[in-house]
Ligand binder design. Sequence first.
Ligand code: SF4
Length: 167
Amino acid sequence: MALDRIAGEHSIAFIRSEQLFDLARSNSLFYLSYGIACCAIEGLMSAGGPRFDYDRFGIFHRGSPRQVDVMMVAGTVNKKMAPVLRRLYDQMPEPKWVIAMGACACTGGPFREYPNTVLGVDKIVPVDIFVPGCPPRPESMQFAFMELQRKIRDKTQERLDARASAR
Ligand code: SF4
């Protein structure tokens, strides 16, 4: 077992429940794919395939916003679609995170001249990770998820530090 290798055989490890929950959360990220343009084909459809195989990180696609942790926005969001995106986000349970995939989701990309383009999904929902590129490679999305996992684990330490300093 991995713990035996770290701490030695028959050892006991103490861990706070928050750390345990965040560790579990970070290794079981179910994502809602909000794929609306070419980025969805590049990053999302290859995500579950055998070559990139996001499943091995505990990263799975779910079809319903009520069962996901992460919203992955892949593509150009227009102003008509913005309330729908917000509603889906609101239906996700807490804690939740958002990844903006590609130039369009981050800033409007090549369509930013058009008046109905939303110039970044952070205007609609809070974004945790921005992934540049047109389109980003699936490896970039893997890296984005790894960064998100790190961010989730760091949050535990931030909470514990804040509590310690409040004493
Ligand atoms: S960033 Fe590029 S690849 Fe992605 S949706 Fe926009 S135009 Fe398509």
